[in-house]
Every structure is written in structure tokens, then in C-alpha cells.
Design a protein around this ligand. Sequence first.
Ligand code: ADP
Ligand code: MG
Length: 250
Amino acid sequence: MAVDPLAVDPLIELRDVNKYYGTLHVLRDINLIVGKGEVVVVIGPSGSGKSTLCRTINRLETIQSGSIHLDGQPLPEEGKALAKLRAEVGMVFQSFNLFAHKTVLQNISLAQTKVRKRRKDEADQRSRELLDRVGLAAHAEKYPAQLSGGQQQRVAIARALAMDPKALLFDEPTSALDPEMINEVLEVMQQLARDGMTMVVVTHEMGFARNAANRVVFMADGSIIEDRTPHDFFTNPESARAQDFLSKIL
Ligand code: ADP
Ligand code: MG
């Protein structure tokens, strides 16, 4: 079943996007619309361009042709507008990228005061609310190294949420975690999905894709090969590439 682009109110729109690293063509004519409140899970073999796709959406990478719009506006090129974009489209990475020498609370408050220009007491209050939301209210004064990997990743999610993002991008958020910590992070992400956050999630966690995704996008060699509901994708993958991929991971 093709996804009807008119059925959703688009938040992120990629049209005919092409990206090269030198001569390597890593994104090929990508067309992708992510509607407000949608959760799109991106899967595919290593090297297929999933990370690059995420990074182009918040302009950590430039593209060579095509267009990307957020909420109807083209992505800004530079300056303050670009910093605002990075706040509005938060990104959560495999490596949590917390500041080691700052407390959990400081990690979440810092960009609120710098980017969102909140007063420190306002920022700290918001940080504590978000820590509560990700189940870490008791850990505000600790340093990242005192937390488990799963806890650190939940702090990274709280930090992204503190910017009041329009959308969140997750690039393999659980891939660096010990198995027993994966679920606590996925549960936070599922709750965000239920709360209506627009999310693009690169993951190998097929349970998350089945439970939380509105759509599964399957990439191979820089192209989107399938873009379908999880039920359709998992029960009846159309392409040989997707069938082969699923047979190896399921
Ligand atoms: P995935 O996340 O699906 O594993 P990536 O988006 O990381 O794929 O990479 C897509 C392709 O682009 C790969 O062939 C990778 O080696 C290449 N690539 C990624 N980043 C760079 C870079 N900064 N410079 C050159 N090539 C890159
Ligand atoms: Mg990747």
C-alpha cells in the first residue's frame, strides 16, 4: 500500500534529494514526507544512507540537489536560523554526547539558556520536569559517568526535548547499549510517540517498528525502496532487497 502524502499534514518534506560524498552518490532521488505526529522508522543495511538522511534533515550535511522543507519553510542555510533549526529538529545519536564535566541537570539546562534564552531557574525547572518524564528525577545532580548507558541516553532525549522540538531524529539510539538497557530507552521513545511527537527513527529494533511506527521506510544503496505501514512491510515485503534484509534479522 502506497502512503498517500495528502493524508498527512506534512512537517518534513524531502523532494528529489541527492547527496554525494565526493563521487559517492549516497542519497538518490529521495522523496519523503513525514506528517505531524508521525513516527517513521528507517531501516536498511549498513551503508545504505540512513545516517546521512537524518543528518541532512537538520542540515548537519548539505545536499547537492532537491529540496528539504520543515513546516513549509526551506531549511535555513546558516546563522541564527540554522541554530534554531537544530533546536527544532533535535537529534539523538548512538553515542549520547553528554558533557562529561557537567551534571545531568546542567546538561539539559545549558542549551535552554543559550539557544532558547530561558532564565536559569526556568531552564532548571523545565529540566527537572523532563528528567521526571524520562524516569530520572533522582539523578539530576549526578555526572554522566555515574549513570548507566540507558540512563545517559534518556538524559540525551530529555536534553533534546528541552528545546521544544517540532521533530526528533534518532540515529540508532539503542545500538551502543547493553541488551538489558535497550527497553528502558525504547519505552521512553514509545511514550513520546503516543504523546504525538513527530519522529524519524533509524533502528534495528523491529519490535519498536511494529509497535510505534506509522510507516517503515526501507533504504538500500541510497534509495528508498519501500515506504509502507509496518504491518504491510513485515507481512509482505515487496522487494527482493527487503525480503533478504528481513530474512537476516528476523
Ligand atoms: P548507514 O547509516 O545506513 O549505515 P551512512 O549514511 O552512514 O549509512 O553512509 C552511507 C554511505 O556514505 C556509506 O557508503 C558511507 O561509507 C558513506 N559516508 C558516510 N559518511 C561519509 C563521509 N563523511 N564522507 C564520505 N563518505 C561517507
Ligand atoms: Mg548509520
